[in-house]
Design a protein around this ligand. Sequence first.
Ligand code: MSP
Length: 511
Amino acid sequence: MVVPAGSFYITTPIYYVNAEPHVGHAYTTIMSDILARHHRQRGDETFFLTGTDEHGDKIARAAAELGRSPQEHTDAISARFRELWGAFELSHDFFIRTTDSQHIAEVQRILARIHDAGDIYKGSYGGWYCTSCEAFYAEGDLLEGHLCPQHRRPVEWVEEENWFFRLSAYRDRLLALYDANPTFVRPAHRLNEARRIVEQIEDISISRANVTWGVPVPWDPKHVVYVWVDALLNYVTAPTYARPGEDLTARLWPADVQVLGKDILKFHAVIWPALLMAADIAPPTSLFIHGFVLKGGERLSKTTGNLIDPMPYVERYGIDALRWYLAREIRFGEDGPFSDEGFVGRYNSELANEFGNLVNRVVGMVGRYRDGVVPADPGDDGEFAAFVAERVAAVRSVLDGYDVTNAADEAWKLVRRLNQLVEERAPWVLAKDAGATRALDQVLLTLAEGVRVAAILLWPYMPGAAQKALAAIGTPSRLPLLADAAWGAAAGASVAPTDGPLFPRIEEQAT
Ligand code: MSP
């Protein structure tokens, strides 16, 4: 079935620049990168946005602790994120910084519009504030001793005259949005969580009087815009200036999917669509809420002190290995552990043994038994061809629901079935039998075709290794399209062995 290509806009949260990037940030960005690449394979005009969240007291304090100005600090840490995403060959189309002057001007314009529409009013507020969350908490939600439930750090009493957004006025419209679009928030149980939050919403303060590091409120510049409002708006400000001289808004908005961790569900599933409604902008089509990467059972975080630097894994085993481990090990939508044993185990059993070896063996056998040319299709493996087509259809349909892990499992079924086929049909036995020419041609064609399609399906997950596998099978491509996963293209291809194994086995302990 040919599905017409469209456009696809995907975003990650923008990361706080209070500390260096870690595996948690890499996780969200890599999962989003997998989805973006998959859509490029569909031929969709894809736009993938990521960036850094640079304003607010949390950042100003982090800068002060290091004796830097907020601007110096944000410049340095934002650059670290960009360097890392560059080293990881992530495929984002734009990297937004909330300190960009164009972003600031757009935030002010949108906020003025909401103000003009009458949804912003002045009030005074006292509440418990967690600077790590940049959010107020109700007394009842705090842990004993006035600690933030997320960070287990003391909250501070903040009392000021502020500008408020009439969030409570959007309660019914939010519920109507969820009812009309049950996949607005995925997985489904997270939509119920959003419903429960909406049932109790109150108006929120959207400015801060005692903070200076932020976007000035346009009609009252003694206040700065609440950092979450400034940050959320990045998803609509970026399209206005990501391409100089061009406004991509009409092409990109509403975003197809916004990927985020469960810690920031309320901001994205409740406050964000309400702000958009107030500004007369359509809500995004869907949000995908993922779980946490855990170490020792705890979420990776600066406060817990269990951060993992992704760089050593990439330096030693390659970015493809890290991408695959995260996508398979931490079921997308659930929490999951990151451990050295898990990393090494999955790398050796899946990447080195199952996939790397398979590519090697198939290329080697075509070399040995057919002078390096994949034979024409004798046409006796219709059932296997149908199985391959089913895997392609399954990956596509599972990724329609953005389930990165289940789609990886679907693709992997093909790798496993190909390994079985090698054992079942034993081409090395057929090669010794003069009467088995057709059977040998068939198995070699089927294996080559299977490896080619597996590499196409795995390309979003492990772009480098998939490209090498495609080149080895004689059908090189930098952006293998899903349409090319149809049975047939490998026949007649000249195989070319890779320089060494795709994934050399890890013998020692990980980092
Ligand atoms: N700046 C805000 C987001 C503003 S978006 C308009 C923020 N930044 S953050 O850097 O603290 O975290 C952003 C995201 O990073 C989380 O939602 C999540 O996607 C990812 N993660 C941070 N730590 C993580 C884990 N330990 N595990 C998985 N993802 C994690 O919140």
